[in-house]
Design a protein around this ligand. Structure first.
Ligand SMILES: NC(=O)c1ccc[n+]([C@@H]2O[C@H](COP(=O)([O-])OP(=O)(O)OC[C@H]3O[C@@H](n4cnc5c(N)ncnc54)[C@H](O)[C@@H]3O)[C@@H](O)[C@H]2O)c1
Length: 331
């Protein structure tokens, strides 16, 4: 048997968002129960435009083993800052799946859509345990790009969302997003001019931008709000991070050195013991999620290879069942 090659288009046709959410939730539970192995991602720095290599990019290799699927794998993925200006996706990634019993490479597939799907699903799963208004929440969404789309899709498929309020530094991107995603998810999408406008009366704030300017400030976030900064750089002000009632992450090792917590952690102002726990522990019932309607909760799903392996394994199994993909032998 060779390796099954699966394209992005095929993945999109094989798996639905509710299936992805289910796979991601089971995988978080496995992380909490200890049946998932997920080492800290390894970063390859391709330069930031000011120092190092000239590519304004970085790549992560993200291996994992997911017990409930008995599958191992790795994603190799990066973000290229100049790509959107060239009409190319910011993210580029590939996945490899391995049978842990004999090392056969079961599948090689596109990792870009797998990433977007699981990134949306991981927020939707976390919010199930953390949001203060599970009935008809209002969601502020920062960043109307590729991840913004799957965030909206996954959250809309998990909650009866009253309204998404979308802010992007490029208003044109927000307008296109609203036109495209409103009919697709069947939820009103309001484009706003300022980040502050998006959070008025919102129950959750989801941020998937390239921001480095810490634009989500402490005074913007009222009681009962859950804030999920997923961007790879710095979206939240330090005072916000340091004053939240609970900080919940997907992976302790990764979140202390990447994304929202990097600066406060590396400067010693936030320590590992200041983290309340992981999404996995909450989903596995080892720790409580939201405990009262007033808590301000910061939840950071920085992204783990385990979620990618789970979604890729789901696509692979369905591809095998349906005879989708093309087999290739590397030997
Ligand atoms: N946590 C995770 O698991 C995970 C997974 C994938 C991507 N990411 C990160 O999410 C971010 C977005 O990725 P993407 O693939 O959607 O990129 P994208 O380029 O498709 O979209 C990003 C959008 O954010 C907007 N934006 C940039 N700066 C902004 C700001 N200050 N305020 C508001 N909007 C702003 C851009 O105009 C763009 O529309 C990146 O930082 C990426 O690395 C995180």
């Amino acid at each position: 048997m060779g390796t099954l090659l699966i394209t992005q288009k095929e993945i999109g046709e094989l798996v639905s968002m509710p299936e992805v959410i289910d796979a991601v939730e089971r995988t978080f539970r496995g992380m909490g129960e200890g049946t998932v192995i997920n080492p800290t991602k390894l970063h390859l720095d391709l330069g930031d435009g000011e120092s190092g290599l000239p590519y304004r990019a970085g790549m992560n290799s993200m291996p994992a083993y997911v017990g409930w699927l008995e599958t191992a794998g790795i994603k190799f993925i990066g973000g290229w800052e100049d790509n959107p200006g060239k009409g190319l996706p910011y993210i580029s990634g590939m996945m490899l799946l391995v049978d842990p019993r004999d090392g056969r490479f079961l599948s090689a597939m596109d990792g870009t859509l797998v990433t977007a799907l699981r990134t949306g699903a991981q927020t939707a799963v976390a919010l199930k345990y953390l949001i203060s208004e599970p009935e008809d929440p209002v969601i502020a969404l920062y960043g109307a790009g590729a991840q913004g789309r799957t965030q909206a899709e996954a959250i809309a498929s998990s909650f009866n969302v009253k309204e998404f309020r979308v802010f992007d530094i490029r208003q044109e991107a927000s307008n296109v997003f609203a036109e495209e995603m409103g009919p697709k998810i069947g939820v009103p999408i309001r484009v706003v001019d300022r980040p502050e406008e998006a959070v008025e009366g919102a129950h959750a704030v989801v941020s998937v931008t390239h921001a480095r300017d810490k634009f989500i400030r402490n005074e913007m976030i009222g009681e009962g709000v859950t804030v999920c900064p997923l961007g790879s750089f710095r979206e939240c002000a330090d005072e916000l991070i340091l004053s939240m009632d609970k900080i919940i992450v997907d992976h302790v090792g990764q979140t202390l050195h990447r994304g929202a917590l990097k600066e406060v952690s590396e400067s010693g102002r936030l320590k590992e013991e200041d983290l309340y726990g992981t999404i996995g522990e909450v989903v596995a019932g080892k720790k409580k999620g939201r405990e009262n309607p007033r808590e301000r909760i910061l939840c950071i799903p920085i992204g783990t290879g385990a979620m990618d392996v789970a979604v890729a394994a789901l696509a692979y199994r369905k591809a095998m069942e349906k005879g989708v993909g093309s087999e290739f032998s590397f030997i």
